[in-house]
Write a new protein. Structure first.
Lengths: 360, 313
């Protein structure tokens, strides 16, 4: 975390020059500085917290080969540009911008620093020195949907989302399809609150969905607030991004954990040995990017077994929730029997499946 | 639509109304004294973290008293941060708008710092103090099912109204806000009155913030007030600096937000969601416009609002 000084910068440069002179790969470095741009505070116990845990894993794994710095609470607007640029000027050779809204800003700064490698999370714009990476959260939602379908008595499941972006659409659809496999009449009530983090509004939305008959509410926003409401009402929900069981020991059935660490380590190593290239990575349960918090003991054994079956199916590649027949909200057949929606189509999905109730 | 359904919806409305009502009442008094403190958001966050921290620290040993102490800590935290603002604008005559905005940013940062050791912790919600039979009864919960802070907020509405309009101290406070030089010339201490008003505003904002961290979602998370301080500020202007209208405005806000959520969850939308998302900013712009045109904004705006006090003699 120490600031790089002019002297150490020269030293590093000299060391690198010596190394290349004695025949090491031209682009390799013996020590690199890695920058992270975070959307929220690292103490949010969700999205940013998970990214920061991954940063700490890089520190631990690569030790004195790396130095990591981060900037938290960076807005997804033009103000992100000077933040990213500043990290590059500080000497970072690898910069992770960890939210969708940094996409154009990352591309712009990357064009100014061709020697710096950039990694943009959840975006789709790439360049020679900009790679993208994402996680198949919807695979996790398939597990949550299976659990919800079996444990919801009312058959009405709440889904608290942020915005209508593909990630949320996929999550809702995955949840609905999975729940309907266990309970054909299962419905999803979707409420989008136009924010990723607004505890009072998340709490009010959860109360609203409960009042409208939902007895399980899944969240696709970042605070543990909804779980606390569910705990008070003795209903069930799931953690988002991280294990949130301490906020709601009774209500917390399991959580989708974002586990970026291995990817970050792999990319840092690639910059160290000079093998980094611009790639598009979309990992899920199989690769370990999507993990789960321990199941709550209130879950019956058959529910645990069904959840495990979905996880196993994704591990060995035999299961995909987006396998036809799939009908949309109007009852129109969108995916024929036996067909599977491709990753490319998933990445831009903008329609909801049958059984999702939402304001368009 | 059953009666239970309406009761549950009403409880959600009350939860959304209370914190902005508390913070709005405090700001109303501050502005009546002629000071514009835009730092409500920061003071709410400081109150939220102070209230949570004290309740968490003493909650295991003194579960009965700790939340009350937490409320006091929230009020004290809010008041202290407000007095810092007061020192800058009253002693150094710094620009009130700029200093208030600085307080909002400072409060966000300071609350994050204080809260570092408290993220990921939970406390028991500071709920109803009435017997369970009343607090959770099917119908009685409409009246008895709330946190003491809700009753406190409601009681403060007539109390502030009475203070401003029926007491000598309130008259002096308004005089200071309408014409500080005249009040000064007949012997009232403009600074003392304004310090007191600023401290009261900070305490109320702090308690409003504690409503988030101790009642709705009993945890501490950075920026957990999510912009409610700005809405409270706007409400004071929309209410025309009148307490009754402030209560109505806060309740109206709670109803609107709840309606939005019900509409969305029921599968239709009153207006496109982008309009809702833009609403706080639109409201702030309109409110600031009204402040700058205060001569025409209902005539109830304090004449000295936002102006530095510069006695010539």
């Amino acid at each position: 975390m120490a600031n790089i000084s002019r002297r150490t910068l020269i030293k590093t440069g000299a060391a690198a020059a010596t190394l290349s002179a004695i025949g090491a790969p031209v682009l390799a470095a013996d020590k690199i500085k890695i920058g992270f741009v975070f959307l929220g505070p690292i103490g949010d116990y969700g999205w940013t917290w998970a990214h920061n845990q991954a940063r700490l894993m890089v520190d631990k794994e690569l030790g004195d080969k790396v130095e990591t710095v981060y900037v938290e609470n960076v807005n997804e607007d033009a103000s992100a540009i000077p933040v990213i640029r500043d990290l590059a000027k500080q000497g970072c050779k690898l910069i992770f911008t960890t939210s969708y809204g940094y996409m154009d800003q990352t591309i712009q700064v990357a064009s100014e620093f061709p020697d710096v490698k950039f990694e943009h999370c959840t975006g789709y714009k790439r360049a020679a020195n900009v790679a993208t990476y994402n996680s198949k959260f919807h695979e996790g939602r398939a597990v949550l949907g299976t659990i919800s379908g079996m444990m919801s008595k009312s058959g009405t499941i709440g889904y608290l989302g942020s915005y209508k972006v593909p990630e949320v659409v996929l999550g809702v659809n995955s949840m609905a399809l999975s729940a309907q496999k266990k309970n054909p009449n299962a419905k999803i009530k979707l409420v989008l609150i136009d924010s990723w983090f607004d505890p009072p509004k998340e709490a009010a939305a959860t109360q609203t969905m409960i009042n409208l008959g939902c007895d399980i509410v899944a969240t696709h926003t970042d605070s543990p607030g909804p779980l606390q409401i569910l705990e008070q009402k003795k209903l069930y929900g799931f953690g988002q991004g991280a294990d949130m069981s301490k906020f709601a020991p009774h209500a917390h059935l399991t959580a989708i954990e974002d586990y970026w660490g291995p990817y970050y380590i792999q990319r840092a190593k690639a910059v160290l040995d000079g093998s980094w290239t611009s790639t598009d990575t979309w990992d899920g349960i199989k690769e370990g990017t999507v993990r789960f918090a321990p199941y709550n003991k209130v879950m019956p054994d058959d529910v645990k077994a069904a959840a495990d079956a979905i996880r196993k199916g994704y591990m060995d590649g035999t299961y995909n929730v987006f396998t036809g027949p799939i009908y949309d909200q109007d009852g129109k057949l969108r995916v024929k029997e036996g067909e599977v929606i491709s990753d490319a189509d998933l990445a831009v999905m903008d329609w909801f499946v049958k059984g999702v109730e939402t304001a368009s | 639509m059953s009666i239970d359904f309406i009761i549950a919806a009403f409880i959600t409305v009350v939860g959304l109304t209370t914190p902005i009502l508390l913070a709005g009442l405090g700001e109303l008094v501050v502005e009546k004294s002629g000071v514009l403190n835009l730092g409500v958001e920061g003071m709410m966050l400081i109150g939220a973290v102070c209230g949570f921290a004290l309740t968490y620290t003493y909650g295991f040993d003194y579960p009965g008293i700790a939340p009350w102490g937490g409320i006091l800590a929230a009020a004290a935290g809010g008041a202290l941060s407000a007095l810092l603002f007061g020192f800058l604008v009253l002693e150094l005559n710094s620009n009130q708008v700029a200093t208030g905005l600085a307080l909002a940013i400072f409060g966000t940062g300071l609350s994050s710092l204080i809260g570092q050791g408290f993220t990921g912790m939970i406390i028991t919600p500071f709920g109803s103090i009435f017997p369970d039979a009343l607090a959770t009864g099917r119908y009685t919960q409409v009246i008895f099912g709330y946190s003491p802070l809700v009753y406190f907020a409601l009681a403060m509405v007539p109390a502030v109204h009475w203070f401003l309009n029926r007491t000598r101290a309130g008259l002096i406070l308004r005089a200071v806000g309408e014409n500080d030089l005249s009040a000064h010339s007949i012997g009232y201490s403009v600074k003392q009155v304004r310090y007191a008003a600023i401290a009261f505003g900070g305490a109320m904002a702090g308690i409003g913030g504690a409503y988030f961290s101790m009642v709705i979602t009993p945890m501490w998370a950075e920026k957990m007030t999510a912009g409610r301080g700005w809405i409270a500020l706007a409400l004071v202007v929309f209410a025309g600096w009148r307490t009754g209208r402030l209560l109505a405005g806060a309740f109206f806000f709670g109803v609107l937000m709840t309606l939005e959520l019900y509409a969305k969850a029921s599968g239709f939308s009153l207006v496109p969601s982008e309009v809702w998302a833009a609403m706080p900013y639109l409201m702030t712009v309109v409110a600031l416009t009204l402040i700058s045109r205060r001569e025409t904004a209902g005539g109830n705006a304090p004449a000295c609002l936002g102006k530095p006090f510069l006695p010539t003699a």
